[in-house]
Ligand binder design. Structure first.
Ligand SMILES: [Fe+2]
Ligand SMILES: [Fe+2]
Length: 215
């Protein structure tokens, strides 16, 4: 009998509970983006030696960060009003800043995730904020630096800031991303969320070299 030249069918991909939940809410392309973000997030976690506990939070938040991204602006606003999620006037006007708020609420309510740091990493993945934890920073970076749907040249440029031997390089990469976002929004004459400005100021001050003590 001639050996069959037909390729064996690939084994069915086993989706875990969270992946299956996400796939029920977003398009295939968004799912690819989310899986890519999780891969990048775990890569950054390993590069910077984060604890297994932080790694778990990061894996979940990066996968689920865009759970509400494909809701319409009207549905996002209605969801916030129905669930008493307060929105600032800027947020009501710039609906792209609302999906993280709704996503974090849905992950808490529907998947019973109650770890605040995981939820905050989802909640602040678009705007950032002052005083971000390392978990929040890694998820913010991973969303913009994933390999499946983001511009590879841009990813490469930002990743060139990352040096596992220098812990502060995480902040440098983040500052570069915030600067790019702010420049982009200014060029487009779009509103900039105050959290983004505060995140940038916070990092600039943290990265400022400490003055040498006077002799
Ligand atoms: Fe997002
Ligand atoms: Fe995203």
């Amino acid at each position: 009998v001639e050996p069959s030249t037909e390729k064996a069918a690939p084994p069915p991909v086993q989706l875990d509970h969270h992946q299956a939940w996400l796939l029920g809410r977003v398009s295939g392309r968004r799912f690819q983006h989310s899986v890519g973000a999780q891969i990048r997030a775990l890569d950054l976690s390993d590069k910077f030696g984060l604890s297994p506990e932080d790694r778990k939070k990061i894996a979940l938040a990066s996968l689920l960060h865009d759970a509400a991204k494909e809701m319409s602006p009207e549905d996002l606003l209605r969801y916030c009003d129905d669930n008493n999620l307060p929105l600032t006037p800027i947020e009501r006007d710039t609906t792209q800043t609302i999906h993280p708020v709704v996503g974090a609420h849905q992950v808490k309510q529907l998947l019973n995730v109650d770890d605040e740091e995981t939820l905050n990493a989802i909640r602040f993945h678009t705007t950032g904020r002052a005083g971000m934890s390392r978990v929040e920073k890694v998820v913010y970076l991973a969303d913009k630096l994933e390999g499946n749907t983001r511009n590879p040249l841009f990813v490469q440029k930002v990743m060139s800031f990352v040096d596992p031997k220098r812990p502060e390089s995480l902040d440098k990469a983040l500052l570069f991303l915030l600067d790019s976002t702010i420049s982009f929004l200014m060029e487009k004459q779009q509103v900039i969320h105050t959290h983004t400005i505060e995140a940038r100021n916070d990092l600039l001050l943290a990265l400022r070299p400490v003055a040498a003590p006077a002799k």
